[in-house]
Design a protein. Structure first.
Length: 279
């Protein structure tokens, strides 16, 4: 018995115009990436030269070479990993708590209109309040350990999360909500089948904002009460006028915050690809 082989059609060839467009986009992205790296290298080189030739005082501005020496000294001393670990732990915990609590509170406010109308003005005011003013209160209530630092980071990031997530929930098209009601959907079904799925990009955007907010809150908390962490190193370096330590700790913070933001951006790409969401 003969089996007929199914002929597959050859893949559709891209037009010359499309290929040229793809090449142009790749070239443009490469130029942008190289420009970013080049700009950073030029800045570091200029900084180093100005410090070397005494145009600027390296005692108060440090220099790339002195920062590298300070970094090596911290690594050899064995203290750097401890300080990085403390700050990372505080930031990740506050990030998780702010995201979880903020999303749950936003769901509750969306669910209960009366409660939302009562509490929303207070949340807006608390979000606008300079959180550094809460520092003494947090220290008195939470003590001077890591719980105070996490609470400070939570205070800074929580209300932003609530407002951004709630804004996304409230922006769902009314026609879709009316359609769900017409079909007899319950509040829970509307939430799980319409509101939450349509707000996945908005929730991930809130995560991006939370990354920066939690880092700000953690460092601010470490300024106030910490005995370890990168924020503590910055304050300690400022107190003893060791600007090399201050600048080195700040650069390490930049790398850590950028890496955490990159992970959230990667999560966004994976979720968008999975759900076919165009960004």
């Amino acid at each position: 018995m003969k089996h007929k082989t199914r002929k597959t059609s050859p893949p559709t060839a891209y037009s010359p115009e499309h290929i040229a467009y793809i090449k142009g986009v790749k070239k443009k992205n490469a130029v942008i990436a190289l420009s970013r790296v080049g700009l950073l290298l030029i800045f570091l080189l200029l900084w180093e030269l100005l410090a070397k030739f005494k145009v600027i005082d390296s005692f108060i501005s440090s220099s790339p070479s002195r920062m590298i020496d300070c970094f090596i000294e911290l690594v050899k001393g064995g203290e750097l990993a401890k300080h990085i670990g403390v700050t990372l732990w505080e930031t990740v915990v506050s990030f998780f708590l702010a995201t979880t609590i903020g999303t749950l509170v936003a769901i509750g406010l969306w669910w209960c209109e009366g409660v939302r109308r009562v509490l929303e003005p207070y949340i807006v005011v608390l979000n606008a309040l300079p959180k550094i003013a809460l520092g003494p209160i947090i220290i008195i209530w939470m003590g001077t350990d890591q719980s105070a630092i996490i609470t400070m980071a939570l205070a800074i990031s929580l209300f932003v999360t609530i407002l951004n997530t709630l804004s996304g929930f409230m922006s769902v098209e009314k026609s879709k909500l009316m359609l769900m009601q017409t079909l007899g959907a319950s509040k829970w079904q509307t939430l799980t089948k319409l509101v939450l799925p349509s707000n996945i990009p908005n929730i991930i955007d809130a995560l991006k904002i939370n990354v920066g907010m939690c880092w700000v809150g953690t460092i601010m908390g470490e300024y106030l009460v910490s005995h370890a962490g990168l924020g503590y190193l910055i304050i300690y370096g400022g107190q003893i006028f060791k600007l090399d330590l201050v600048m080195t700790s700040t650069v390490i913070l930049c790398f850590l915050a950028g890496g955490m933001y990159y992970l959230v951006a990667l999560l966004q790409k994976l979720v968008s690809k999975k759900l076919n969401i165009e960004k």
